[in-house]
Design a protein around this ligand. Structure first.
Ligand code: 5GP
Length: 125
């Protein structure tokens, strides 16, 4: 079910459980601000999710309430994951769904990182 991006943070969401180590994940990278792991249902040859360690429902919540250090740390982590995976030259796509129309399903901010083939147009009408 799509997430209402204005809802309060639910600490029982699946990514909160992954952050607490209650559910396993295939970690690609982590630091004080971010965790990156492979998507369980990949939509491209490389499909990694990068999530902030803090409790933020969506990009809207994060951009409004996170500290400058959290925002800088998260953005740098996304870039580092792409660089460390060798994706800069071939290219990659970042996507963050926020709210009902976007079809966000997990109510903890996540950036999708897609790569590994020509990705085609951004949206299919
Ligand atoms: P959204 O639609 O919210 O932007 O994307 C949620 C993503 O989380 C989907 O691509 C889905 O495959 C992924 N996902 C959902 N549950 C799990 C899980 O338990 N583990 C992992 N690694 N990915 C998950």
């Amino acid at each position: 079910m799509a997430v209402d991006a204005t809802q309060p943070y639910d600490d029982q969401n699946i990514f909160a459980k992954i952050l607490r180590g209650e559910i396993p994940n295939q970690t690609v990278y982590q630091d004080d601000f971010a965790l990156a792991f492979h998507d369980i249902n990949p939509q491209a040859p490389t499909h990694v999710l990068v999530i902030p360690k803090g409790a933020y429902v969506s990009w809207d919540d994060f951009s409004a309430k996170a500290s400058d250090a959290e925002i800088a740390g998260f953005v740098r982590a996304v870039g580092k994951v792409a660089r460390d995976m060798g994706l800069v030259a071939p290219g990659y796509r970042l996507l963050a769904n926020a709210g009902t129309d976007s079809h966000q399903e997990v109510p903890h901010l996540h950036v999708h990182l897609f790569a590994g083939k020509p990705l085609g147009p951004m949206l299919v009408r």
